[in-house]
Write a protein that binds this ligand. Structure first.
Ligand SMILES: [Zn+2]
Ligand SMILES: [Zn+2]
Ligand SMILES: [Zn+2]
Length: 345
């Protein structure tokens, strides 16, 4: 079996899920959707944007004239802190089951500037965003009712981002969400078996092979993971073993800012358009238990496939069977590696 030619499936050891890889199909002609790209530049301030400084939000709250990052409660929060954690189990059969889920949803603006992105912000400005994330993880994670902190950014209309103003969300929940639950189980099982960390060991292999590593700095390494599902998916891992941002030393924050800047600006170069993606951090659960198995990392899931307008769909076999991709992780990594290591502008 040749990984460059033959259909095969690859295991994601973080979730124990498989992805089907079909390298021979990568040149198949495309006759599907061609979506339109919106390349109109954004203004530095938009009087109609609910995230810009001084503007009115839905619900009638006015934003302060903030000058750096700005955190506020989500006006359309998916979760409420006052919800009871009670359980419904119809007939006690474990078939029709529901649980109350308390939580807190906040929005974090990266900058007062409406027209910036992580790719166009200076690393010093992103450093302030990282410090804001650290503060949020500590504050929300310190609450007794909160056991998981999900920080994530949806970038671009293709990912459902309703506003181009640079921002992300924090959802702090009582329960561990599905992805975190799978990753916790896999990391605990590996740690239990080998007395070592799954991602620390994975990084050693990737850094030895070099094939899929696209960029590294003092604190972090970015790879197209062997098991990547999305065409240009990236996994960013800390070089040192720790579970969350609350364990950052000062240099980590600067390294992460540099990493985010490099990854997002590399993405923008792939098809020469602002690259849409969902990204987020997977950090130790905040359930007051020790988590020696958990390794801090970030996932970038971008939908674009072969051009600025051709996206990957997760349909058919992927909905009913498992994820599938045509271009291999190695081919995608070659392309990203070349762009990431171009001389910085
Ligand atoms: Zn704005
Ligand atoms: Zn580790
Ligand atoms: Zn993860």
């Amino acid at each position: 079996m040749k990984l460059t030619e033959d259909p095969h499936r690859r295991l994601n050891p973080l979730t124990n899920e498989w992805v089907l890889v079909s390298p021979h199909r990568a040149t198949r002609p495309w006759q599907g959707e061609v979506s339109k790209t919106n390349t109109t530049p954004e203004p530095a301030y938009d009087p109609h944007c609910y995230l810009c400084p001084g503007n009115l939000r839905a619900g009638g709250v006015r934003n302060p004239p903030y000058s750096s990052t700005f955190v506020f409660p989500n006006d359309f929060a998916a979760l409420k802190p006052t919800t009871d954690r009670d359980r419904v189990d119809v007939e006690g059969m474990n078939l029709i089951v529901a649980e109350g889920e308390p939580g807190i949803c906040r929005v974090i603006c990266f900058s007062p500037r409406h027209d910036l992105t992580l790719a166009s912000m200076e690393p010093e400005e992103i450093d302030e965003v990282v410090h804001t994330w650290i503060g949020q993880y500590r504050e929300l994670g310190g609450l007794a009712a909160i056991n998981h902190i999900q920080i994530f950014e949806n970038r671009g209309a293709m990912m459902g981002a309703s506003n181009p103003h640079p921002h992300c969300q924090v959802w702090a929940t009582a329960s561990l969400p599905g992805e975190a639950t799978k990753e916790l189980a896999a990391q605990q099982s590996y740690f239990g078996k080998h007395h070592r960390c799954l991602l620390c060991d994975y990084l050693v292999v990737e850094r030895g092979e070099k094939t899929r590593v696209i960029y590294e700095n003092d604190g972090f390494t970015a790879v197209v993971p062997f098991w990547a599902v999305w065409p240009f998916e990236i996994l960013v891992c800390s070089n040192r073993h720790f579970g969350s941002m609350s364990e950052f030393i000062e240099a980590d924050s600067r390294s992460l800012a540099d990493m985010l800047h490099v990854v997002t600006s590399t993405y923008d170069k792939v098809f020469d358009v602002p690259f849409p993606y969902s990204m987020g951090f997977h950090q130790s659960p905040t359930d007051s238990k020790p988590h020696p198995e958990w390794h801090f990392h970030a996932h970038f899931y971008p939908p674009l496939l072969r051009s600025a307008t051709i996206r990957k769909f997760m349909v058919g076999f992927e909905m009913l069977g498992n994820a599938q991709r045509d271009i291999t992780a190695e081919t995608a990594a070659d392309r990203l590696k070349a762009l990431a290591n171009e001389k910085k502008k």
